[in-house]
Design a protein around this ligand. Structure first.
Ligand code: C5P
Length: 392
């Protein structure tokens, strides 16, 4: 795992060496981003020797590699140890006046802070407020412990011991239960060309599929994301194939599925496409008041995948339905499951204001027998994890 260790300027910086060492010994690739103040407490050669990587401090070094964001984008986990009151305040405000601030802002990885400061600073209302803001944002705060501080004083403010920081940070990172699994995820909505400038499409943004792909990669899977017209950026941690129409999506999915352990069909695939695509733009001057477009059925990718699944391969389908009655929605899902033959079917209600394009989702998942095996509501990232829990 790629772990960034931010070291800031506190006496406890010497203990950051223990954090780095323990991560390296556990097999992680550790990149240290130190503030200038940190290097007054612990030397760069020590940090480089222990981390086995160059130590970065300067925002204006490595500009050609866009280092100010690259380090954060590549990180699977960021630990700041020690985190001074000053750095905590800067992170709470989203400041980016040094490399560590930029790295943290550019990252979506879990962030773990190990505060270290004198008791008065820890208990100052400014610090208390900043810590509360960060906790609310999902940042994990480890410690501080209470005990002997640098001077003759003692009280809360001591940095937690390196082993405990590493343990808390790895727990915050979540499970790595999909290492070695090849997972194909389709996401987005297909577009069926009418002429060179027009298409028949749907309102799928791709958010749920992208969240599943990102979560699976975070949990260690090798993920191929087959992306149809996404409205959101795909995660950097997946192999990406971009497609547009249902038939392109079918070709890419069948190819990727040949070696996959799991295929998750989260894409909204057009059931029909125009029988003929006009070579030039259709003009109302020649069409008059009415235009008829004849549609033909697209291949059902999910059904074909299920019929041809490899031994042990798990196929997951989605059903986005406008049915409002929960009982009828389930019935619809059960019939779809029987028709498509997938191992799981994730059912969600969609409408003008639900499902598509929003950040939240509410799903019911059926197994092959048609039993409810999981229900989840909330941010699409947490729904993604619940789906993966089931597969894991
Ligand atoms: O039949 P319906 O479109 O409601 O089924 C939805 C599920 O089937 C989704 O998992 C979708 O990705 C998949 N599907 C497919 N090929 C199609 C239509 C839908 O694989 N032509």
């Amino acid at each position: 795992m790629n772990v960034v260790v931010g070291v800031t300027g506190g006496i406890a910086a010497y203990k950051a060496v223990g954090v780095i060492r323990s991560l390296v010994l556990a097999g992680h690739d550790v990149h240290v981003v130190a503030t200038d103040a940190a290097l007054r407490f612990v030397g760069r050669p020590t940090l480089e020797a222990i981390s086995r990587n160059p130590v970065h401090t300067d925002l204006y070094e490595g500009v050609a590699q866009v280092r100010h964001v690259a380090i954060g984008q590549a990180a699977d986990l960021i630990i700041v140890a020690p985190a001074t009151a000053n750095t905590i305040a800067k992170i709470a405000f989203g400041l980016a006046d040094d490399l560590l601030g930029n790295t943290i802002l550019a990252s979506t990885a879990p962030l773990v802070l190990a505060p270290a400061m004198h008791t008065e600073m820890w208990q100052n209302p400014a610090t208390t407020h900043n810590i509360a803001v960060l906790r609310e944002r999902g940042v994990v705060i480890v410690g501080p412990a209470s005990g002997q501080l640098t001077g003759s004083d003692s009280g809360p403010g001591r940095m937690v011991e390196p082993e405990a920081i590493v343990e808390a940070a790895l727990a915050a990172r979540g499970p790595r239960d999909l290492v070695g699994k090849r997972i194909v995820v389709t996401a987005g909505g297909t577009r069926e060309a009418i002429d060179p400038v027009r298409y028949i499409g749907n309102r799928s943004s791709g958010r749920q599929g992208v969240a599943i792909a990102a979560a699976a990669a975070t949990r260690g899977a090798d993920v191929t994301l087959i992306a149809a017209n996404l409205e959101v950026a795909p995660p950097a941690s997946v192999v990406l194939t971009r497609v547009s129409s249902a038939r392109e999506l079918a070709d890419a999915t069948f190819a990727a599925a040949a070696t996959a352990h799991v295929v998750i069909m989260a894409a909204a695939v057009a059931d029909y496409r125009p029988e003929a695509v006009a070579e030039g733009k259709i003009k109302k001057e020649t069409q008059g008041d009415r235009l008829t477009i004849e549609l033909v059925r697209n291949p059902d990718i999910l059904q074909t995948l299920s019929e041809n699944r490899r031994d042990g391969q798990v196929i997951v389908g989605f059903a986005a339905e406008t049915e409002e009655d929960p009982g009828a929605l389930l019935e619809l899902g059960r019939r779809k499951l029987a028709r498509k033959g997938s191992d799981f079917l994730v059912i969600n209600r969609v409408g003008w204001d639900a499902g598509f394009g929003t950040g939240e989702n509410s799903v019911v998942t059926l197994n092959r027998a048609g039993d409810i095996v999981m229900e989840a509501s909330g941010p699409k990232a947490s729904v993604a994890d619940r789906i993966l829990d089931l597969l894991s």
